[in-house]
Design a protein around this ligand. Sequence first.
Ligand code: SDX
Length: 378
Amino acid sequence: MMVCEYKPGLDGIPAAQSSISNVDGQKGILEYRGIRIEELAEKSTFLETAYLLIWGELPTSNELAAFEDEVHSHRRIKYHICDMMKCFPESGHPMDALQASAAALGLFYSRRDLNNPAYIRDAVVRLIAKIPTMVAAFQLMRNGNDAIRPHADLDYSGNFLYMLNEKEPDPLAARIFDICLILHAEHTMNASTFSARVTASTLTDPYAVVASAVGTLGGPLHGGANEEVIEMLEEIGSVENVRPYIEDRLERKAKIMGFGHRVYKVKDPRATILQNLAEQLFTKFGHDKYYDIAVEMERVVQEKLSHKGIYPNVDFYSGLVYRKLGIPTDLFTPIFAIARVAGWLAHWKEQLEENRIFRPTQVYDGKHDVSYTPIDQR
Ligand code: SDX
């Protein structure tokens, strides 16, 4: 029998063969289906990028128009889902609300008809269409308001901002938000995508796949870091406090949120684009002092940790963009999920194409042949 070395966190172990995306962590390159992220951020839209990820090719204009129409016509959610969400505690985290509501979609739409391309498309469309509506609905309802209906004349991102703020967004804000979704849509075998693939491999329904991935994304070592970055910037409070804050954390061996990555050993290319988007927003809508703190943090962390390959990751600058768009901090990770659902669904579809259930092994280091001790003798 082959003896395998145990690798904590499966570091460096391939968990799938995939043609969806690729990261070169030494050069700081990210590609979706071979196209560089910088080019997609400049030229594509989130729905076009989602189509590319899920079906493998850029859509023709007819294909894109049909996909956009389908998504737009499925943006509403059933009143049962709204009523269920109204019963969630207002103090609950929106990621937990999203996980529960994504799973609840399965109550209405799951048929587990996994060999039927029409069912696959239907599930893709419903999940991409309804998840933003559920995030916006929870935001309004936890503040005591009714959810509002999607706006027929607004595109995917513009409509999400409209549903959240109850007013039509500035076009630059909507475009920048759409680019954020492109940047977060997919990232090889990250923890939530791995979770999605493991769940998919049991041939359960796509709503359970997405719900399991949402649960995984929420943790502070993964998507939840974007929320913690803003809390950290607020705690630091001024540029002068940056150096002592970082030195103190490093002395206590605590992690600095928004920095470091299993794969990237240089600055995450998405962080570079997000930093640029934040600057565009500041030029139009006014500066944010937390940006100066963030830039100083990047400088000090580079000085102290670049020898370990620790640089800003995707979660470092995204929160500054969302803050300037007026989005509450605890919605940052649900917004990551709105985007990443595209990647999860691409991996769900790919997993089904050549499925084998995930069932890794373990290195057992427990006891053997232990006899049972009766309760009165323990
Ligand atoms: C995302 O995988 C993906 O692709 C994820 C993602 C995606 O798009 O799906 O890119 C999104 O999850 C981004 C990451 C968000 N998380 C954070 O910002 C939390 C802070 N970062 C880390 O905790 C950490 O860097 C991870 C979780 C991102 C990566 O963890 P690893 O690969 O297991 O690395 P490690 O914790 O074992 O650290 C290796 C070394 C250690 O030093 P030594 O013990 O070797 O001396 O690097 C140091 C760590 O102490 N280190 C850090 C650090 N991250 C790593 N030191 C200080 N601050 C940090 N943030």
